[in-house]
Design a protein around this ligand. Structure first.
Ligand code: F0G
Length: 484
């Protein structure tokens, strides 16, 4: 990949902007072991023990490698129940880099989503957003609200190369305000680098206009800032007028138009656990502080140890360093470009946190009712030990009114890249595994769901192959697969 610092025009090879101080051994497994493990996991990669996984691309959440400075910060944990000094460091970091007035720490992102939904949404409300995220939507619904997607149409088209596929469609938003009335819309949930669309960014112009439209109608805007630093990187490189701004300046500008944010620090902020709710409004902040003690912990730790808050404060500072974010997105681009060169259908443009295989095009012969993305992620694991995850019909769930499965336009397998964890050689192995499967798609067999949990079903659902013994057998081999 070309990771030269863009502006200089030099095209030297790139290298990670860090060296390795500690290693964690990876275990290789045999094909037979993986066939057994996959069957025991009910063809759901979430149910695999990580000891059976070779390269783990399940998620970029909580899987980052911390720096030596962050580990040093861990030793400086002030584990006082109240008023830990690490809380104040975190407050400073959030204030300087995100700009919001009040910080309410939470154990992770969904803790913040829970608080925000409970304090803002009442039964019958409608919450628009630029595509749903699973936990965000679920908390909105538990609070009595209904989610409405107002993302631009390009986001639902895996082949559209529009550079800001995370943008809000202002026409859809205006129509919604007209249809339900601004008084039934407590806030708009604005996700940066939209996860379910493939890690696709919003432009600053669109963020500005969306916030202006909402504020004109008295509707608040809360950012899902989980991957806002990655979004800032794309703004710098794709939006004119921002090429000379720093990542920090862009991030602050993004946040400045909004009324607060929910944050899963397990992504951008380079920590293994943590999150926060940040708010500008004094009254809302007071309500959130009242509620956080019920669900998370005291308002100066919110479910985190002092050491976790210190690591997060340091991680926030590291996350906005250009070298870091450049190499992080560069690694994702390297993987994506190699797959594109090999003719593998992926969501384009390449997003920030991972590569999304277009399972519908990868496996045109597997009907949507047989969950092609789930089937592909199961087969990829069996063939190579690479763990990916489904982001399609299983993740979306059922229509609340009809009880029927929803089949979204995007039926994807997500290969999510943990930050600072794997090398380019690991990426090469991933490419080879996928290309092999792409050449022989008959190795993948459709699935049916045999167990469906009530909430966020993709985490714990179980499946079985629709055609029994033929599944997951190495093509050309005659032994029956030990699954099904
Ligand atoms: N918002 C976004 C955009 C997310 O991607 C996530 C988590 C959350 C909120 C919830 O945060 O996990 O800290 O409670 N995404 C993970 C993923 C689970 O794998 O994409 P959390």
């Amino acid at each position: 990949m070309d990771l030269s610092h863009g502006h200089t025009g030099s095209r030297r090879s790139w290298a990670e902007p860090y060296k390795i101080k500690m290693v964690e051994h990876l275990r290789m497994t045999t094909h037979e072991e993986r066939v057994r493990a996959m069957a025991e996991a009910g063809f759901n990669t979430f149910l695999l023990p990580s000891s059976e996984v070779y390269i783990d691309l399940l998620t970029d959440s909580g899987t980052s490698a911390m720096s030596d400075r962050q580990w040093a910060g861990i030793m400086l944990g002030d584990e006082a129940y109240a008023g830990s000094r690490n809380y104040f460091h975190l407050e400073d970091a959030v204030h300087s880099h995100y700009g919001y007035k009040h910080l309410i720490p939470t154990h992770q992102g969904r803790g913040a989503e829970h608080l925000l939904s409970q304090i803002c949404i009442k039964s019958g409300d409608v919450v628009p957003g630029n595509m749903y995220f699973t936990t965000t939507k679920h908390h909105q619904e538990l609070a009595g609200g209904t989610f409405r997607d107002v993302i631009i149409d390009e986001a639902h088209d895996p082949q559209s190369t529009f550079p800001f596929k995370g943008n809000v469609c202002l026409q859809k938003l205006s129509r919604l305000i007209e249809e339900v009335g601004a008084e039934r819309i407590p806030y708009l949930s604005l996700e940066t680098n939209v996860n379910m669309a493939g890690g696709q960014p919003c432009s600053l112009e669109n963020i500005r206009e969306t916030c202006a439209l909402c504020h004109e109608h008295g509707i608040a805007v809360f950012l899902d800032a989980t991957r806002a630093v990655e979004n800032a990187y794309f703004i710098k490189h794709r939006e004119s007028g921002y090429e000379d701004k720093t990542i920090s300046e862009i991030l602050l500008e993004v946040c400045s138009y909004t009324d607060g944010c929910t944050m899963s620090a397990k992504k951008d902020s380079l920590v293994n656990i943590g999150g926060f709710l940040a708010l500008n409004d004094d009254h809302l902040a007071e309500e959130a502080r009242n509620l956080v003690v019920v669900y998370e912990g005291l308002h100066t730790y919110g479910g985190m140890a002092g050491r976790d808050m210190e690591a997060m404060a340091i991680g926030i500072g590291e996350s906005v360093q250009y070298d870091h974010i450049h190499a992080r997105i560069g690694q994702v681009e390297y993987l994506g470009n190699r797959l594109i060169e090999a003719g593998v259908p992926i969501v384009q443009p390449i997003g920030g946190h991972g590569i999304f295989l277009d399972a519908a095009r990868f496996l045109p012969d597997i009907p949507r009712e047989q969950f092609p993305a789930q089937a592909l992620s199961a087969a990829l694991y069996v063939e190579s030990g690479v763990r990916a995850m489904e982001r399609g019909a299983v993740s979306v769930g059922r229509d609340h009114e009809t009880g029927e499965n929803i089949y979204p336009k995007l039926e994807l397998v997500r290969l999510t890249i943990p930050r600072r964890v794997y090398t380019q050689a690991h990426m090469d192995v991933v490419v080879e595994s996928i290309v092999e499967l792409h050449r022989e798609p008959e190795r993948v067999v459709g699935l049916e769901m045999t167990y469906e949990p009530k909430h966020l079903r993709f985490f714990q659902a179980r499946f079985a192959p629709v055609v029994g013994a033929e599944v997951l057998r190495r093509s050309g081999q005659s032994e029956p697969a030990a699954c099904g």
